[in-house]
Write a protein that binds this ligand. Structure first.
Ligand code: GDP
Length: 296
């Protein structure tokens, strides 16, 4: 991720660092270049504007321009603001609630929701020694429920037995009851996805939300879809309410626009990154590390 952006910013900052002294005009020129680089990386325009304004405001400060190494100080400011833009306080998935902790997975079809559900379940089981139960609420696509069952077998995580003819809310409630009776720590509910956002999808997600009162509502979105992923997140947040985002297909995303815009546009943190098709291709989200990667 961020290859193009990293290269572009690298050349802007090399030039800045080489100069002994900087004027306000030099900073303005550099900021224009940073702006173009961010837009080319597909970062949302309001996020770009806010970022550039914040950096410019801090960078034309007297202490910066009069310092011995003004170029380096500007780069440091850009670094700090990048971390801020990515979400400096971003947290991991919270399980801080009475067991079984319900986690609701939402998103569009094909975004990687089912795979990510299994990836997270596996991680909770292996790293945090949690007993996890997964349930598919997709009553319209038998293949989706079968996919979760197979993934469950693969990662060694239980799935709720399938009963035909139930509504998503009924399945969710049954999963919570089974979770309680059988001593599960976490119940992960994989909701149905649609190819586009529609009222039926949202109403269904809201009904499940109201039935189980999830501790986390995680939106799974495909990084490759860029600003569409951000729009999807905004829609789900406004209409269902989400607590965090898992960005998938980051392994194929060279631009990074969705990652850079998510926090600024939706106000919600990215909690994890999907970095491949395999069940262990899941990473924590570290704004510091990513900012470091962008600035080389
Ligand atoms: P859902 O419809 O949202 O449940 O999506 P799926 O979980 O079925 O995923 C759709 C496809 O995307 C599958 O082929 C997954 O293997 C693939 N996929 C999911 N996450 C990632 C990821 O992080 N990277 C890559 N390269 N592929 C992914």
């Amino acid at each position: 991720m961020f290859e193009g952006l990293s290269e572009r910013l690298g050349s802007v900052f090399d030039r800045l660092r080489k100069r002994g002294a900087l004027s306000e005009a030099d900073v303005a020129t550099a900021m224009r270049e940073v702006r173009v680089a961010l837009l080319e990386a597909d970062v949302a325009l309001p996020v770009v504007k806010q970022f550039v304004d914040k950096v410019r405001e801090r960078a034309v400060g007297r202490e910066v321009l009069r310092s011995v190494t003004p170029g380096q100080m500007v780069v440091k400011i850009v670094h700090d603001e990048l971390v801020d833009m990515l979400g400096s306080d971003s947290q991991s998935i919270s399980l801080n609630a009475p067991a079984p902790v319900p986690i609701l997975m939402v998103g569009l079809q094909g975004g990687g929701k089912t795979t990510t559900t299994a990836k997270i379940a596996r991680r909770l089981k292996d790293r945090e020694r949690k007993k996890v139960l997964m349930a598919s609420l997709d009553v319209t696509r038998p293949a989706a429920r079968e996919q979760l069952r197979i993934l469950g077998e693969q990662v060694g995580v239980a799935t709720l037995p399938i009963v035909q003819g139930e509504t998503p809310v009924a399945i969710a409630k049954r999963a919570m009851t089974a979770g309680k009776l059988q001593g599960f720590d976490v119940v992960m509910l994989d909701t149905a996805g649609r190819t586009s956002i529609d009222e039926g999808l949202m109403a269904e997600a809201r009904a499940v939300r109201d039935a189980v009162n999830p501790h986390e509502v995680l939106l799974v979105a495909d990084a490759l879809t860029g600003q569409d992923a951000v729009t999807t997140a905004t829609n789900f947040h406004e209409r269902v309410g989400i607590t965090g985002i898992v960005l998938t297909r980051v392994d194929g995303d060279s631009r990074g626009g969705a990652a850079l815009s998510m926090r600024g546009v939706t106000g919600m943190p990215i909690k994890m990154l999907g970095v491949g098709e395999k069940v262990d291709d899941l990473e924590d989200f570290h704004p510091e590390r990513l900012a470091g990667r962008i600035l080389g």
